[in-house]
Design a protein around this ligand. Structure first.
Ligand code: ZN
Length: 497
């Protein structure tokens, strides 16, 4: 007998325990309908007047609320909640009639349980409107994308504002080179705290005034945030962000290497004897033919331009794209074609080898500056054999790069080991060097010296913030750029319950 009871009561217990708030609700029955499963449920709370919290109440009436709940095995579930109304018998109380509260299960006037609404919001937050709508339909929680997006954007209950002590600030692009916004992050708690639709010193300063208590601001080296920080939180210490320092350094190194490569190729071409230039290789001859034809087109464009034709007319006459016409008309001189290919052998080198009676050597004279930069800035023990070979063949081709590498590694070591003692010395060395881009980098460091020194010694970096900016880009692209600011912000800020 006992055994039989156990078997029968178990499934009902399981159903009871799966109700949104098992302590508050009592299960009356289960129905299976075409649309799904219906759970008939009633509150077992002792009624209390919400105004005077008196329990002296009498029954008034009953009404039924139909609430969507989480599905069972992909089948939709509806909760039919029988809610009662009561009269308050306290004479002093202004409230005459009140309905049972169903705190924790559903909010007032809602047509779905809280846990259903939260799941909808969470899935919408992660996936965005339309993909979430598709997934939810398969799960048995059909909802339109508008409903989902409305849920995602719905402001959550105001949290007790935690004070930010260490603030990271950086910009993100609405549209590159055109329009930027600002992202703010709590670097201690490691979460995004706000998103501003614009990038300006005033908006950042205003934000800081509204959120006092910021002690450290980690920013890039763009002057806007520095100025905003000085205005909005004059007492805060500003730290240049290590991530940007490293990025700026690699950019400077990359440009320097580009310059050095061009110089090295020019030197090589000069070495090749001018006599041999009479016998052009096929490749060289084709190159010259193409260049000549391009030069003639360029001259025709310039002539028509001086005669006062519009850019479109010139484009039609010379059969050149309108954009090219515009570029040529504004160029200071005949723009030589850039060699894009990394693998093409330098004609000068081939000629030189032929003259010496050698087989044309397969030495490279074009290297990807970005790749070489990355290899030069990485400690050798972390490089693979192929990478080392690539790096060494570059250094053989362009030995001046050894000096660039030494400078860059010294800077990197200062960042790595958090030592700023030799910073000024390094800056002087860079500024005095013959590498114009590194010198420029050194000069900008000198202008912002205090913040750069702190960047080396302080533990704060905007690396996590950059990660969130990448996430923002992904969200923006997922929504094909149609996301308004409110929705973008809702999906970038952390989801609160
Ligand atoms: Zn009352």
């Amino acid at each position: 007998m006992v055994r039989y009871l156990e078997v029968v009561s178990q499934p009902m217990d399981v159903v009871r325990s799966s109700l949104p708030n098992a302590d508050l609700l009592e299960l009356e029955g289960i129905d299976q309908t075409e649309k799904g499963i219906v759970l008939r449920v009633q509150s077992k709370e002792t009624p209390r007047c919400p105004a005077c919290s008196s329990s002296e109440v009498t029954y008034h009436s009953t009404y039924v609320r139909h609430l969507r709940d989480l599905p069972w095995q992909g089948r939709p579930v509806q909760i039919q909640l029988k809610a009662r109304r009561f009269r308050c018998r306290n004479r002093q109380c202004k409230r005459k009639i009140f309905a049972e509260s169903s705190l924790g299960v559903v909010t007032r006037k809602a047509r779905a349980t809280n846990r259903f609404a939260q799941s909808l919001r969470m899935i919408g937050y992660v996936l965005g409107g339309r993909p979430a709508s598709r997934l939810l339909e398969r799960l048995g929680m059909k909802a339109s994308r508008d409903t989902i997006l409305r849920r995602v954007q719905k402001p959550s209950a105001p949290e007790t504002e935690t004070k930010v002590r260490v603030l990271g600030v950086d910009d993100w692009a609405w549209r590159k080179h055109q329009k930027y916004g600002t992202m703010l992050m709590d670097l201690e708690q490691r979460h995004v705290i706000d998103l501003l639709p614009v990038r300006s010193a005033t908006s950042f300063a205003d934000w800081l005034r509204q959120h006092p208590g910021v002690q450290i601001i980690a920013r890039d080296r763009c002057g806007l945030y520095a100025e905003g920080g000085r205005k909005g939180a004059p007492s805060a210490v500003q730290v240049t962000d290590r991530y940007h320092l490293m990025t700026n350094l690699s950019e400077a190194v990359e440009h320097t290497l580009q310059e050095l490569q061009i110089e090295a190729r020019a030197a090589l071409a000069q070495e090749a004897s001018p006599k041999s230039c009479k016998r052009l290789t096929l490749v060289e001859a084709r190159y010259h033919r193409c260049r000549q034809a391009r030069y003639e087109r360029y001259m025709a464009v310039m002539e028509l331009g001086q005669q006062g034709y519009t850019q479109l007319q010139i484009a039609e006459k010379v059969s050149v794209g309108a954009e090219t016409v515009a570029r040529w008309l504004h160029a200071p001189g005949f723009p030589e074609r850039c060699i894009r290919s990394d693998r093409r052998r330098d004609p000068a080198r081939v000629l030189q080898d032929e003259e010496r009676g050698l087989q044309p050597a397969l030495t490279r004279t074009h290297f990807s500056s970005a790749r070489v930069t990355a290899l030069l800035l990485t400690p050798p023990r972390e490089l693979s054999v192929t990478q080392l070979r690539y790096r060494d063949s570059f250094l053989r081709f362009c030995p001046t790069a050894y000096n660039v590498r030494r400078l860059a590694l010294q800077f990197r070591a200062m960042l790595r080991w958090r030592r700023s003692v030799r910073l000024s010395e390094w800056i002087e060395k860079a500024v005095g060097s013959k590498f114009s881009f590194l010198a420029q980098f050194g000069r900008t460091l000198r202008r912002d010296l205090r913040a750069v020194e702190l960047a080396m010694t302080a533990p704060w970096s905007n690396g996590p913030l950059e990660g969130h900016i990448n996430r923002l880009k992904m969200i923006k692209r997922q929504m094909y750029g149609r996301a308004g600011f409110a929705l973008l912000k809702a999906r970038v800020l952390p989801l609160s319950a």
